[in-house]
Design a protein around this ligand. Structure first.
Ligand code: PLP
Ligand code: COI
Length: 366
């Protein structure tokens, strides 16, 4: 085993002044998304000569980096999003964490960054979940985990950094959208695009999100919750939302979702929904679906539901679609029946409330 693949032990240097229980309970009373943070974080350093080292759980605190750190100039950064759930009998479960570990390393390869051994990724996530166990909400809320890695070498030349930090923070979260389970509205962006062939669209790198923000701002300007991106070459084919994949439900019971061609994020929720829908006997086509088709199918009634899906949002019905030339509703503008039932089936698995026949639940022991 060389230095680069060795799994370091993770030292525990616990927060001497964690948030008092009463304050924690108050903070967790009305959770939105990503504003409340737990007492601890994980950091692990990597150097080209020494590999992964100095792994520890510490009090959550500001990071100190050199102003010339490569991430601040050339955005060499990737991240993941996953959740820990507390079920009714008190067990703590992660959902398909090995998928996040695998995708993290796909992102790392695309961004010329070192891979985090899957075993280390999962061990570090488990360690943080164990230490911050008191922050895992019950009921509909969960603990959102944000593993990320960034380039720390102080060097202004443009080349892959020789030093990185892998970090994990955690945030108890409720619904991603302010309206809770209400159908969301989306803005179809026909000018700005998110990713082109050969680009970084399939990687979960911060730069993809930085480039999407001007379009997300347009969405807010048009009172929409999310932006829908079209493909970069023809501005015609639906790709995905700013932070979610998208599915369309037809009147004949079939479903359509854009294919993975390297320009969209291969969502773990998307992959899970494909499995659950196909097990129900639903035909799901992974095929290009155009914005023209979307408009005409909504008008003719051939399309009855559409939903966004991702770790943060789970499944969210799309009710209203707005664009430069007008707007239209999907069905009656409310979350559809199939969206609701697939969401319920997925959430029940994630929370350990139904039989885990796929082996997707990953218990975290005390
Ligand atoms: N697409 C984008 C751009 C995302 O940010 C996300 C969220 O992580 C997804 C899709 C859905 O991916 P997942 O279901 O793995 O969370
Ligand atoms: C996630 O679902 O984990 C994401 O990264 C998307 C973002 C909207 C928070």
């Amino acid at each position: 085993m060389n230095a680069h693949s060795k799994i370091p032990d993770i030292a525990l240097d616990l927060n001497p002044a964690p948030v008092p229980e009463a304050d924690r309970n108050r903070l967790m009373e009305s959770l939105g998304f990503g504003k409340v943070f737990t007492d601890h974080m994980v950091t692990i350093r990597w150097t080209r000569d020494g590999g992964w080292q100095d792994a520890k759980v510490t009090a959550r605190k500001p990071l100190s980096i050199d102003p010339a750190a490569a991430v601040l100039h050339y955005a060499q950064e990737i991240f993941e999003g996953m959740k820990a759930y507390r079920n009714d009998d008190g067990r703590v479960l992660l959902f398909r964490p090995e998928e996040n570990a695998r995708r993290f390393n796909e992102s790392a390869r695309r961004m010329a960054m070192p891979e985090v051994p899957e075993e280390l990724f999962i061990k570090a996530v488990e360690e943080l979940v164990r230490v911050d166990r008191a922050w895992i909400p019950s009921g509909d809320a969960s603990l959102y985990l944000r593993p990320f890695m960034f380039a720390t070498e102080a060097f202004l030349g443009v080349r892959p950094s020789d030093e990185y930090v892998f970090c994990i923070i955690a945030s108890p979260v409720g619904a991603y959208f302010k309206g809770g389970a209400k159908a969301v509205s989306v803005w179809v962006e026909t000018h700005y695009t998110r990713a082109a062939n050969g680009g970084t669209g399939a990687a979960k790198c911060g730069g993809n999100y930085a480039g999407s923000l001007v379009a997300q701002a347009e969405a807010y300007k048009h009172s929409c919750d999310q932006v829908v991106f079209l493909d970069a070459s023809e501005h015609r084919w639906i790709e995905e939302l700013g932070g979610m994949n998208v599915f369309f439900v037809m009147k004949d019971g079939s479903m359509v979702t854009p294919p993975l061609k390297g320009t969209i994020l291969p969502g773990i929720t998307r992959k899970s929904i494909l499995t659950l829908a196909r097990e129900r006997g639903i035909t799901v086509d992974e095929r290009p679906y155009s914005f023209e088709e979307w408009q005409s199918d909504a008008k003719s009634g051939r399309l009855v539901e559409a939903f966004a899906c991702g770790t943060a949002a789970v499944l969210a019905g799309i009710g209203t679609v707005r664009h430069a030339d007008g707007e239209f509703l999907i069905g009656d503008g409310q979350t559809g029946a199939l969206t609701t039932s697939l969401r319920e089936e997925l959430v029940n698995i994630q929370k350990g409330m139904s039989n885990d026949s796929h082996g997707w639940s990953h218990p975290v022991g005390a």
